[in-house]
Design a protein around this ligand. Structure first.
Ligand SMILES: [Cu+2]
Length: 334
């Protein structure tokens, strides 16, 4: 069999029997929701394919059978048929009730998190996520324990736009809205790595707004959290600053190698230490500790000439020692 035929064949056979596998139609089933969601999807798909074929086949057959031919008079015989009408109302009614039942049951499962779910807070901002763990650690990659319910409590940074959060392998997707909390939960089956991305068009960097989900066994997860909490104390500040620079999503807008391109809306931070920054309005200023601190906390106070006022504030998101580490890192970007 050619690879293409094998592919289609696999898709159809799995489509019909809804097996727990990554396939032609759908990604890997990595959470407890995935089989439920897929069942509802395959059910809808099956019904649609069945009626599509039936209707098209009948249409073609009738067009051929009852076409106008010489010597055949058209007859008006059909008036109405009570039984037939009851059937074509009754059968679809039953089918939509089954669809509703399937969908609603799954929906309720997805909406209501178990009380013992492990909670992770999510802040979305242009164009990155921060995941905050119960011990205060913040990361830009979603680490989570395997085989346990996990709940995300999500919001957009103040003044930011709406975002979304979708993990296709888990079959979850939820909007993230400024000034309000939305939640999702899931139960990953085993350790592994998955993709997470924003599903609301949120501006220039939208397509960069994606990250990894790393599912770890519980002991590995605990180890990760304990280590992550201490990195500021155990690492030299410029090294910790580099990690923060990536974890807090600075890299989506700033390069550190001097390049300027359309994918990064902010100026490169290479060589800014000690140089004279020029602004849209007001006198130039030498880049020092206070200037960088202000750039992080009040980014709109001084707008670098030639750049848009697009930098989100990190007020409340970066602790003083984290700002110090970032400053130490920026100093090294010569
Ligand atoms: Cu977004």
């Amino acid at each position: 069999m050619s690879p293409f035929a094998e592919w289609i064949n696999r898709g159809i056979s799995i489509g019909l029997f809804a097996q727990a596998e990554k396939n032609f139609w759908l990604p890997e089933q990595a959470s407890t929701f995935a089989p439920m969601v897929d069942k509802a999807f395959y059910f809808l798909l099956g019904i649609s394919v069945f009626f599509f074929c039936l209707i098209v086949a009948l249409m073609v057959a009738f067009v051929i059978l009852y076409r106008r031919r010489p010597g055949v008079e058209s007859q008006k015989t059909a008036t109405h048929n009570g039984l037939l009408e009851m059937l074509w109302l009754g059968i679809p009614l039953i089918i939509v009730c089954v669809i509703f039942y399937q969908g609603f049951k799954t929906y309720l499962n997805i909406r209501v998190a178990p009380a013992n779910a492990y909670e992770i807070n999510v802040v979305a901002r242009k164009w990155a996520y921060s995941f905050t763990y119960p011990n205060g650690h913040v990361d830009e990659v979603l680490y989570m324990p395997a085989d346990e319910p996990v709940q995300l409590i999500m919001t957009s940074a103040p003044g930011d736009v709406s975002h979304g959060l979708s993990i296709p392998d888990f079959r979850v997707n939820m909007d993230i809205v400024p000034g309000r909390y939305t939640k999702i939960w899931f139960h990953a089956l085993e350790e592994g790595e998955h993709q997470l991305f924003c599903t609301q068009y949120c501006g220039t960097g939208h397509s960069d707004m994606r990250t990894a989900v790393k599912v770890l066994k519980r002991p590995d997860f605990d180890k990760y959290l304990a280590e992550a909490e201490n990195y500021l104390k155990t690492m030299p500040p410029e090294k910790a600053g580099e990690i923060l620079f990536q974890r807090r999503g600075c890299t989506t807008c700033h390069t550190v190698d001097g390049t300027r391109d359309a994918a990064h809306v902010g100026p490169t931070l290479k060589g800014i230490w000690g140089h004279e920054a020029q602004f849209k309005a007001g006198p130039p200023q030498t880049v020092d500790e206070n200037y960088i601190r202000e750039s992080l906390l009040e980014p709109s106070a001084k707008i670098v000439a030639g750049y848009p006022d697009q930098m989100p504030t990190f007020k409340g998101l970066l602790k003083d020692e984290e700002i110090a580490a970032i400053i130490a890192y920026i100093k090294t970007l010569k």
